[in-house]
Design a protein around this ligand. Structure first.
Ligand SMILES: Cc1cc2nc3c(=O)[nH]c(=O)nc-3n(C[C@H](O)[C@H](O)[C@H](O)COP(=O)(O)OP(=O)(O)OC[C@H]3O[C@@H](n4cnc5c(N)ncnc54)[C@H](O)[C@@H]3O)c2cc1C
Length: 604
């Protein structure tokens, strides 16, 4: 590894390492080029997607395909693809940015875009041979052809490696015959390139294949009818049946049995991109909701004047701000890791794979937190519209329905919660993140007498930083003791792992917002960051409550007697505010800025 960068943060390390605000990337660090890209994507989204929302709601699948084609012509489908294969070869942050702003018009287009550029194209760019990339990627990057990803089956969802689809080698060794049924396949109605996972003989792991589909010469492929879904109504979702579908051996992706790895790595990228896809939706929902609240009068007063509504505006805004902070922080960490790997002689392909894999913990954290934030945002946005919120004529009804899927696909939030902690513990066992030394130090600290000094909290966020450092101790205490107690059996204790995960998630999200705000306060002045400071404090305040609840739940599930009492005391000590923030005042500060701006006020 390069000498220069040996201190670069590793995935999952945030939980044991103090990060300086100068070390994080924030949306305020976008380059001029990135801002231009953002503006052109926004303009595209308004013109092609938002303006056609009524059609999208009427299951106009052809429109989705048409707009995808236009996105392809403008290069938006190839942002992550190397130039060599007709892509734009942008850095990871820029690809997140495009995904962020192109996804907010509606969930139908967002899903089609995500399925095509992510899981539909990436397995080839990341695992394909040179021939496979040359043959398939340029058409995918430019929107001449669309991709779909066929992993899920009726009997194999979360347990993705349990699929029954088979691939049988022909007698002459030149091709495989694929048989099986895939379910919930996004873009199936218009895709011509399917990434299909199937099992060869009784291999432990599935294998990936690139399968071409030509409706005039279907090669044993048939499609089910369009699924009728709660939301994302113009996103094509069908079953795909393979009946003796012949695929040349050279279309195998990576190696025999390598499919599960491909599937999982594609999902890592998919997860962080899904978080990006839930960002601008929050901004738009907030913009619509506050605009409505500023206009709608009841009791001769704009409803945005009411404290109950201000509370909603503030919470929605703070959560969106935090989502954005964490997503771009992780994106830049990944981009830097990729650059480091490339500098060390890895190909871009290897570097990207390893870079994203390194931050798989953060990818899962972001997937869970941001998908839940967008759903809460849509729910509160709908509530702010009152009866109109329930009407198809107002934008909230569709936003609410569309948001729901984000908690289900790219690995359900239950699975991602388990993965976040599970992968972190694995990293600790591998020696990539030292959890045990700090966990033991926390254990010793618990036996000692706490300090009763009143610290100096005069600097911005001094108290919050002190608190965050202690919140990390809560995680180390709960997860460390649980890992010691259960060892490799820990994964059987899902409720405990989920509680630990909730703590981990809140810490990452709160810390990301704090670092962004601190960085910006230092360079732009505290006065200019009043609402961001309030958003950070508000989020942290809520996070502390979530952490207390989950820590207690975790501890009482496995510790008893003195050990339990000591750990519960620890929770009290580590989650203590010296000076409680006035949350009502924080919310009012945020709400006033949002009301005044009449939209989400941060990040352009
Ligand atoms: C609109 C839509 C689009 C989709 N697009 C695609 C696509 O393009 N390609 C593709 O391959 N798939 C796609 N999927 C499938 C999607 O990824 C799966 O639905 C998802 O992974 C969950 O699998 P499942 O539906 O079989 O649910 P199940 O796995 O049966 O899960 C049901 C419930 O049990 C929980 N659960 C399952 N296992 C565990 C466990 N071990 N521990 C704790 N809880 C558990 C889950 O969290 C969930 O709450 C799509 C799905 C939808 C709805």
């Amino acid at each position: 590894m390069s000498e220069l960068n040996k201190d670069m943060i590793r995935g999952g390390q945030f939980i044991v390492k103090e990060t300086k605000c100068e070390e994080v990337f924030t949306p305020e660090d976008f380059s001029e080029e990135q801002k231009m890209m953002r503006d052109s994507v926004k303009e595209f989204t308004d013109r092609e997607i938002v303006a056609n929302n009524a059609r999208f709601e009427k299951k106009d699948y052809a429109l989705t395909e048409e707009v995808m084609k236009k996105a392809g012509e403008l290069g938006f489908l190839g942002v992550a693809v190397p130039e060599k294969y007709d892509g734009m070869q942008m850095g990871f942050v820029s690809t997140m940015l495009v995904c962020d702003y192109i996804s907010s018009g509606n969930g139908s287009f967002s899903t089609a875009f995500g399925a095509h550029t992510g899981i539909g194209t990436m397995p080839i760019t990341l695992y394909g041979t040179e021939e496979q990339k040359k043959k398939y990627v340029p058409a995918l990057a430019t929107g001449q052809k669309f991709g779909a990803y066929c992993l899920t089956e009726p009997g194999a969802g979360s347990d993705a490696n349990s699929g029954k689809t088979t691939a049988e080698l022909s007698a002459d060794g030149k091709s495989y015959k694929i048989n099986g049924q895939k379910m919930w396949i996004s873009n199936a109605g218009f895709a011509e390139i399917f990434i299909v996972f199937a099992r060869i003989e009784d291999d432990k792991n599935i294998t990936g294949f690139i399968v071409e589909y030509d409706k005039d010469n279907p090669n044993g492929i048939t499609l089910g009818e369009e699924e009728h879904k709660l939301g994302i109504r113009s996103s094509s979702t069908r079953q795909v049946f393979f009946n003796d579908t012949v695929v040349p051996v050279e279309n195998m992706l990576s190696v025999r049995g390598g499919g599960f790895k491909i599937a999982m790595n594609a999902l890592n990228v998919g997860r962080i991109k899904l978080a990006a896809a839930c960002l601008d939706s929050q901004r738009r929902i907030i913009g619509n909701a506050v605009d409505y609240a500023n206009q709608r009068k009841q009791f001769k007063t704009p409803i945005s004047e009411f404290g109950a509504i201000k509370k909603k505006i503030a919470e929605m805004t703070a959560n969106a701000y935090v989502s954005e902070s964490a997503a771009y922080r992780a994106a830049k960490n990944i981009e830097d890791r990729i650059a480091l790997r490339e500098a060390d002689g890895n190909t871009h392909q290897e570097a990207e794979l390893k870079g994203v894999e390194e931050f798989a913990v953060e990818c899962s954290i972001l997937k869970v937190a941001v998908s839940e934030n967008v759903q809460n945002c849509a729910d509160e946005g709908l509530q702010m519209y009152g009866g109109m919120g329930f009407s198809e004529e107002a934008p909230m009804e569709a936003a609410w329905r569309d948001a729901r899927i984000a908690r289900i696909y790219e690995g359900t939030n239950e699975i991602n919660r388990l993965l976040a902690v599970g992968m972190l513990v694995k990293k600790a066992f591998k020696g990539h993140v030292d959890l045990m030394t700090p966990a033991m130090a926390v254990g010793e600290e618990l036996m000692g007498i706490p300090s009763f000094d009143t610290p100096d909290f005069s600097e911005l966020f001094a108290e919050e930083k002190d608190l965050l450092a202690r919140l990390k101790k809560v995680f180390l205490m709960v997860a460390g003791s649980a890992a010691q107690k259960f060892g490799t059996e820990l994964e059987q204790h899902q409720q405990l792992l989920t509680a630990a995960s909730n703590i981990l998630i809140e810490i990452y999200m709160a810390e990301s917002a704090l670092l962004r705000t601190e960085k910006n306060a230092k360079r732009f002045g505290e006065e200019s960051q009043k609402a961001q400071i309030a958003s950070t404090r508000l989020y942290l305040y809520n996070a502390v409550d979530t952490i207390i609840k989950n820590a207690k739940e975790g501890i009482v599930s496995f510790a008893e007697g003195d050990e339990q009492r000591m750990m519960l005391m620890g929770v009290k000590r580590f989650t203590k505010y010296h000076n409680f923030p006035n949350v009502v005042e924080l919310r009012n500060t945020i709400a006033e800025v949002v009301k005044e701006a009449n939209k989400y006020p941060f990040n352009g």
